[in-house]
Design a binder for this molecule. Structure first.
Ligand SMILES: [Zn+2]
Length: 479
């Protein structure tokens, strides 16, 4: 049997921390990065007798997420206790939702590996509380618990096992992240754990039932998720081929060795002894409540993309890439409003800005300069004050010390030479030094012109106006 004859089947359970100001069942702040155990109270520390009160904002945010992912919103929903013991879970149970989640049966549209549209179904979205965090003592003297995160609201978005490659998984996660950022229910900062995924992977031969799956918990890097899926796919196919039985297991991904390791057998729902949370009332939502959230839902990536195609005549690919990040597309719109050059703004953001972001491993919302500064740089090119070659250097500067691009080019002496006399002088000097190029050009080698312009650009350190150079060289060569 060939490797290609197997199909990988992937399902994702994504936990997103909601960006409410306070926790799900108490009024402690949710802010990240505070001193340990300073955002706590009797409720989130599980003192006897302390009672939870559901934060209405959490329901609103979850409904928003449900509507943005095409889910049906339950009019009647409830909370349940999920019982398990873990040192960072002070109550020894987590308040979650079991059989009546807030949102069900949605989907997210992605592209498959051939670039065709594909719907990944969403089984459910439910609300629950986050656990605390164990800080392992560096001297090996045990672990300290920090309960600041205990009770931070989460939504868990459970997909159906519709994903068929690591590429599809990546696109699904990025699309989901983008949607949650557009509707402003989560900051999705993966490095702070605001967005993390449990990744379920199995393999089977088409026409046969799904295989037993391995689950990798709490993964918070897109790159690691892709690598882990690829690793599991290979390992499971090889086990299948060698007659090794695959059991349902929880695995741990190790980024350094690039391998997964078995942690424990997977619990079944019955191991958690779910039962309705007796300290909270049922969640009943009216039609008006849901309709009102639907009405106020902001523009989503799909409709914004369609608008870019229509309004700014951008290409399908450019529109998709710009709208993938709300921050980037907001920046596009702001810069465009100032300079009026949609093509140039899109090009700069998608080529040079994205390249530098990649190199520096930054997210779009970490771009240090403003839309206005970018727009001003583009206006300087359009006016002929700087060439695009100089603009690339200005952009590097904007990443280092963001300020008005005019100031940058003044300080650096990067203003483009558009003075006819000065350009002529350079043209004549270059021609004098390259007699062979003149002969080549006269013999029909058009490349010679490009060479001469290149020499002139080099001599002026990229400051000469390239259109003027071109024109003047042509005039002289045709004499
Ligand atoms: Zn609290």
């Amino acid at each position: 049997m060939l490797k290609e004859d197997y199909e990988v089947v992937i399902g994702l359970e994504v936990h997103a921390e909601l960006s409410t100001k306070t926790k799900i069942f108490c009024s402690c702040p949710t802010e990240f990065g505070a001193e340990p155990n300073t955002h706590v109270c009797p409720v989130c520390m599980a003192m006897p007798g302390a009672l939870p009160v559901l934060n209405e904002r959490v329901v609103e945010y979850a409904v928003k997420a449900g509507l943005a992912t095409n889910c049906t919103i339950a009019r009647d929903s409830k909370n349940d206790r999920k019982n398990y013991f873990y040192p960072d879970l002070p109550k020894s149970y987590q308040i979650s939702q079991f059989d009546k989640p807030l949102c069900e049966n949605g989907y997210i549209e992605i592209e498959d590996d051939e670039g065709n549209p594909k719907k990944v179904r969403i089984l459910r979205i439910h609300i629950e509380e986050d656990a605390g965090k164990l800080n392992h003592n560096e001297f090996g003297e045990g672990s300290l618990v920090d309960l600041n995160r205990a009770g931070v609201p989460l939504i868990e978005i459970v997909s159906e096992p519709d994903i068929r490659s690591s590429g599809e998984a990546d696109r699904y996660l990025k699309k989901l992240k983008s949607i949650l950022q557009y509707i402003e229910v989560s900051d999705c900062k993966m490095q702070e754990g605001s967005l993390r995924a449990d990744v379920n992977v199995s393999v089977h031969k088409p026409n046969e039932p799904f295989g037993e799956r391995h689950e990798m918990k709490n993964m918070n890097s897109f790159k690691s998720i892709q690598r882990a899926i690829e690793y599991e796919r290979e390992a499971q196919i090889s086990d299948n081929e060698n007659g090794v039985k695959i059991n349902r297991e929880t695995m741990r991904w190790d980024d350094v060795s690039g391998k997964t390791f078995s942690m424990r057998d997977k619990e079944d729902a019955q191991d958690y002894r779910y039962f309705p949370e007796p300290d909270l009332v049922a969640i009943k939502l009216s039609e008006e409540y849901i309709a009102n959230i639907q009405k106020n839902l902001p523009e989503l990536p799909e409709s914004r993309k369609a608008r870019y195609l229509e309004e700014y005549k951008l290409s399908e690919k450019d529109s998709r890439m710009l709208t993938a990040s709300k921050y980037l597309s907001n920046m596009f719109e702001e810069a465009l409003a100032i300079c009026g050059n949609s093509k140039a703004v899109a090009n700069w953001l998608l080529s040079d800005v994205s390249r530098i972001l990649n190199e520096k491993e930054l997210e779009p919302d970490q771009i240090p300069f403003t839309a206005e500064q970018l727009a001003k740089m583009i206006m300087l090119i359009d006016k002929g004050t700087i060439s695009s070659a100089i603009a690339k250097k200005v952009l590097e500067e904007l990443f280092e010390t963001p300020k008005n691009p005019e100031e940058i080019i003044q300080e650096k002496g990067w203003i483009q030479i558009s003075d006819e006399g000065a350009i002529k002088e350079v043209v004549m000097r270059i021609l004098e030094n390259n007699p062979q190029s003149i002969i080549d050009f006269k013999n029909g080698k058009d490349r010679a012109l490009g060479f001469l312009v290149g020499q002139a650009m080099k001599e002026t350190k990229g400051k000469a106006n390239p259109q003027m150079l071109n024109q003047m060289f042509l005039e002289e060569l045709k004499k």
